[in-house]
Design a protein around this ligand. Structure first.
Ligand SMILES: [Zn+2]
Length: 316
């Protein structure tokens, strides 16, 4: 058993992508009749882990039929081009709004360089390799595809990003949710209950669309969710209301800030809110440990809220 992979039920294997830190971002192999789909891809150096896990299963990269990033944010799709390069039989299944960024990643790279810096991007994500247009399947809402004898279904789920879909797997009665069903790090579990929160990442946070997307997922009565951040979440119905409420709470916090005359720090308020929710949840982790787990996400949440609020103001 490899240290970074975990065999789940229903022929699903969870792989830690190795992005930034252990336990931050997962990707999944779904296997049926010797055929493989890779759902989310991590970054360039994740490809060697995928190869290693395939080998452990007695498979090779030739067995991979589909590479399926849930959306084109780099922790999900940064390694797609590399995987397509080593999996010669695979098609890339991608949201119609994301496909052009996979075929020509120059805008993705420029955007990421603005955030990470050139060197930082190379260190954390590696090379972002273009995907041949002929190997791309643009999967709109309700697109179905067969992996061996197993049907996978695409559900369009805007809210976190407009180029986001989730994958329904009838065999497991589970969704591969990318970021749509929020983040739930195992370290934040208390008494077997997960702590779930919405990444309002720049630049396409849309609360109304997100609520509708969660409702669409739940309408399939999923028994489990496979979160990219991080791992399998059972009984999603238990967490659905927390997720809805926290989307609204964060949006309200951002609007309040915008309207108040005082020059308050939104980051401080978001931090205070998350800490208050974690305390109510029962978390006893100290500040330093929480910071290691949450600082990056809180930073992105704050930036995303700021972008969203200024867009609201423009449309007034
Ligand atoms: Zn994302």
């Amino acid at each position: 058993m490899l240290s970074y992979s975990k065999n789940l039920d229903y022929n699903i294997i969870q792989i830690d992508t190795g992005y930034l830190r252990q336990g931050l971002a997962a990707c999944y192999l779904v296997i049926d009749s010797g055929r493989v789909a890779v759902i989310d891809t991590g970054v360039e150096h994740t490809a060697s882990r995928v190869e290693e896990v395939l080998r452990e299963q007695g498979l090779t990269t030739d067995n991979v039929d589909f590479i399926v990033p849930t959306h084109v944010h780099l922790d999900h799709a940064g390694g797609a081009g590399k995987l397509m390069q080593i999996c010669q039989n695979a098609s890339l299944v991608i949201h119609p709004f994301g496909s052009r960024h996979m075929i020509d990643p120059s805008r993705l790279i420029a955007g990421a360089e603005a955030v990470y810096g050139k060197e930082g991007l190379h260190r954390s994500v590696g090379e972002i390799i273009p995907v041949d247009r002929d190997r791309v399947i643009e999967a709109a809402d309700s697109y179905r595809f067969m992996l061996g004898s197993r049907e996978l279904l695409v559900i369009d789920t805007p809210g976190h990003a407009r180029h986001h879909f989730c994958i329904w797997d009838e065999a497991s009665k589970g969704f591969f949710t990318g970021d749509t069903f929020g983040l739930a790090y195992p370290e934040l579990e208390c008494d077997g209950r997960s702590f779930i929160f919405p990444p309002t990442t720049p630049v396409q946070f849309d609360p109304a669309a997100w609520h509708a997307s969660i409702d669409r997922l739940m309408a399939m009565h999923p028994e489990r969710m496979y979160l990219t951040h991080f791992g399998q979440l059972d009984e999603p119905v238990v967490y659905m209301n927390d997720l809805h409420r926290r989307i609204d709470d964060l949006a309200a916090l951002a609007l309040d800030h915008d309207k108040s005359a005082a020059d308050l720090d939104l980051a401080a308020s978001v931090n205070a809110y998350v800490n208050q929710e974690l305390t109510a949840h029962g978390s006893k982790l100290d500040k330093e440990k929480l910071g290691q787990i949450l600082d990056l996400d809180i930073d992105l949440i704050v930036q995303g809220l700021q972008v969203w609020v200024s867009r609201q103001r423009e449309s007034e």
